[in-house]
Design a protein around this ligand. Structure first.
Ligand code: NCD
Length: 306
């Protein structure tokens, strides 16, 4: 069976730990003068992105290149999809060219699973609709561990548009697998219709939660996925749920701020809060490359030395 990374749930606590350990060695590679190893020479990694992306696409590309893989890039705007080609035909075409891994992002939940049924190559979910984004969760865990050490019994708040956030879903699974306690903070309209089975607490009072947490992860308002007005106005949202300068003062001295990007400065997070030393937003991006190297290594080259 081909190895894929579709959901954080596929990894479990042990799989996450293994990937985080592997990431250490790729952080070390990334810090070298020439940050490149020959591990995936002769292998081909293709990005199949049906949704826009800056960080994730470039990060996978950098990861594949640092492992010496060949990379191919498919982006919808310039591809035959605009001529009506189906997802299946596109994927089968790619496979016929001999690819070893397909990195998939799509606006519909479940597409990476579908792609995995059609191809022999390894498939990595780089974000499917509002469902999951496992490599983001891995890099968030890695970044938090760098700052906080173990996540066991740490308290983490995830704030904002949880309803549309694949990052939130993957993060909840990953953080709780590593022993953290998660509180979702959002207006009821920005929470999923049912939280049954989610191992989380819920609050609508950000001011009450902030002093108690070791980390706060701020989510982007996903206006492109909102089909109706879910908050009275962005100004009101910011006033109640935004991480403003005054609110950030409620955090403990060592508490950390995360944001998966792209940030709407002035909406969910104040510009100057995003730039505070306690904010690890750029660290998340840097770690993202090493985490994705670890993922590609594990899927395509396990058995070899990193
Ligand atoms: C996230 C995504 O696309 O799911 N961004 C990312 O991958 N870093 C979050 C978002 O778009 O808000």
């Amino acid at each position: 069976m081909t190895a894929n990374l579709l959901s954080i749930a596929d990894l479990g606590a042990e799989g996450i730990e293994e990937l985080l350990r592997l990431t250490d060695s790729f952080v070390e590679v990334s810090e070298r003068r020439i940050p490149k190893v020959p591990t995936l020479r002769g292998r081909t990694v293709v990005s199949l992105f049906y949704e826009e992306s800056t960080r994730t696409r470039l990060s996978f590309e950098a990861a594949a290149k640092r492992l010496s893989a060949d990379t191919m890039n498919f982006s919808v705007a310039t591809a035959s999809v605009t001529k009506g080609e189906s997802l299946r035909d596109t994927v089968v075409t790619l496979e016929a060219m001999g690819v070893d891994a397909v990195i998939v992002r799509h606006a519909s939940a479940g597409v990476p699973w579908q792609v995995a049924r059609w191809v022999d190559a390894s498939v990595v979910n780089a974000g499917d609709g509002c469902h999951e984004h496992p490599t983001q969760a891995l890099l968030d865990c890695y970044t938090l561990r760098q700052r906080l050490g173990s996540l066991v019994d740490r308290r983490i708040a995830i704030v904002g548009d949880v309803k549309h956030s694949r990052v939130a879903r993957s993060d909840v699974l990953a953080y709780t697998a590593l022993g953290a306690h998660v509180t979702l903070v959002a207006p009821p309209t920005l929470l999923p219709p049912s939280l049954e089975g989610w191992p989380v607490e819920v609050s609508h009072d950000l001011d009450a939660v902030l002093p108690k947490v070791d980390a706060v992860e701020v989510l982007r308002m996903q206006k492109e996925r909102q089909t109706e007005a879910l908050v009275p106005s962005l100004r009101e949202y910011t006033a109640t749920y935004g991480l403003t300068r005054d609110r950030a003062r409620l955090l403990g001295d060592d508490a950390v701020i995360l944001h998966p990007g792209p940030m709407n400065r002035g909406v969910e997070i104040a510009a100057e809060v995003a730039d505070q030393p306690r904010s690890v937003v750029t660290r998340q991006v840097a770690n993202g490359v090493a985490v994705r190297m670890a993922v590609l290594f594990l899927l395509l080259a396990s058995g070899a030395a990193p």
